[in-house]
Design a protein around this ligand. Sequence first.
Ligand code: HEM
Length: 482
Amino acid sequence: MQSLYLSSLPAFEQPFLTLLISCFLLLILVLLQQWCHQTDKRRLPPGSMGWPYIGETLKLYTEHPNTFFFTRRKRYGDVFKSHILGCPCVMISRPEAAKSVLVNQAHLFKPTYPPSKEKMIGPQAIFFHQGDYHLKLKKLIQASFAPSVVKGSVSAIEEIVLNFLPTWENHALICTLQEMKKYAFEVAMMSAFGNNPEPEMEGIKHLYQILEKGYNSMPMDFPGTLFNKAMKARKQLNEALRRLIEKRRGNSKLHKDGGLLGFLMSAQEQKLNNLSDSQISDNIIGVIFAAHDTTATVLTWLLKYLLDNPLVLQAVTREQEGIQSKLVEENRGLTSDDTRQMYLTSRVIQETLRLASILSFTFREAVEDVEFEGYIIPKGWKVLPLFRTIHHSADFFPQPEKFDPSRFEVPPRPHTYMPFGSGLHSCPGSELAKLEMLIFLHHFTTTYRWKVIGDEDGIEYGPFPVPKGGLPIEVRRRNYKP
Ligand code: HEM
């Protein structure tokens, strides 16, 4: 309509009128924004929204995470607003307030991810859902990774470690993060598909690795970009998984010990759920994704903290040597009972999860205007419970920057320690992740010593915080015989 009206005016008047209308519309927009802001301002949490559009994103990703969150918390309190990644948001650093978002009022705050991530992992994966579909999936995935099930994987994980560690020998330099990714990937594949060798696995691994390379790239879908290659690999993965599901269908032998896929398919065939094949596929990819970089990053920090704290390393080694002597005496491999005796090593893992806090925060989105702690969180705003800030608060963890596993001799206060999240979306893989770390540390500390190559200290982001350069180390065998 508007363009038709303009075309009936003399040519020289058109640009002038367009400019006039644009200015008028812009003025209305500015007034409208100011009005909205003023009505909300009285009850929005305090804080700074930074620069127009980019907000405080650059600061968040260039400053040390503690500096970014702590300066704002000091200035504005435990609940403050900001603007990151193009979205207005509210950041929360008080345990009870985080609990409200994640547990008590979880129905008002839905999980939220960039659309490109949803496309890559698969839109039907558990992370992206709320309500009945999420609950159904959560029950199934949780059952498949329950402690009673996971303990049956000890020997399979130990075999992966024993095949994997010797590949570190005779290398002048090991990039810990890259190597831990390989280890965590093998364990993730085993828990997703089971431990029976199948010819399809090499192809699936290859496609997943292409997908992974695109995961943190810019979502630009042009031929040649990492994102484009990843999306193509994702399509091929769908096809590969469809064929694997077809092959396994009706074969209860393959379902038994067939990992999460076996578990979901046998539930499907017994009509215990009505998941479609593509829902199953998206969740298999989702679980591999969730299990992989997270565990690898924590393992990397474990080696770093043990190096920085020789007395702790000594004590962990002693604990593991005690278990090793028993295994030699009884001529057997590790069992879940042995891993339950690794008290100190478990506390070292707990402290690493706290100090490294690799998931500094998580994202939720207000599904309506929510009254929260005397403020309004407008519908559509993101809400970020700040795990890292809570884990590094001296109120809950005295001398929070000190690596001190003994602090976990006493259980932490509720909701002050959430490395695996809390509430509806908490991590179903926590037991597997801990087991994977215990088994690795058993063999690594009893057989090897390591030192950092280079003098770089510090943190980089990839996207989780990791030691600089992925922790380059040199590894050598110890002269110790049990
Ligand atoms: C040390 C390693 C790990 C850490 C630190 C970790 C941390 C987390 C956290 C904090 C969440 C909650 C996110 C949120 O609330 O938005 C989560 C969710 C999840 N994790 Fe883990 N995770 C780890 C390993 C694993 C493993 C090994 C698996 C494999 C089973 C796994 C599977 C999942 C899944 C499927 C979810 C989504 C749950 C849902 O949306 O209901 N994670 N993880």
